[in-house]
Design a protein around this ligand. Sequence first.
Ligand code: IMP
Length: 179
Amino acid sequence: MHPDLERVLFTPQQIQARIAEVAAEIERDYASRPGLVLAAVLKGSVFFLTDLCRALSLPLRLDFLAISSFSPGAGGGRVRIEKDLDLDISGQHVLLVEDIVDTGFTLRYLLETLSARRPESLQVCTLLDKTSRRLLPVPVHYRCFEIPDRFVVGYGLDYQQLYRNLPCLGILRSGIFRG
Ligand code: IMP
């Protein structure tokens, strides 16, 4: 285990097993909906996206967007798109791929922004969900893991841009995390 982790929440094997289950749900639900676009939010969801899409045998396209966000405490929960999707999603079935849903501010903003482009459908798939921290109700259609209110890193998730490359998901030691 990495010395900066307090404990491992999910091993690489557990992550892959759960992704396979969620991918099976997505395959079933989208079998009759051609033209799936997986829209991933950079950078945290990249590892999840690449494993999820390889577990799907549906025809699909990938796209990415990047955002900057300020936590509700720091700036009223403001979110801004820094890099937009390349694809025109109007009339497409879009599955937004997130690393983690926390307060819900980021997801609410993304759903409002993307639904204004008139996709045929717009659903959400998240790796992690901190439901106990939710401030805004947001729809989460697919979730791999619900987690406690602790700061988690690894498998794409960062703290100050570090730890994304850890293969597991783990709780960062409180001496290192200053939230
Ligand atoms: P929300 O807008 O409060 O739902 O925050 C979502 C964003 O907060 C995520 O996309 C992450 O960037 C960040 N975040 C929240 N909790 C964690 C965590 O435990 N580890 C890493 N990033 C987190």
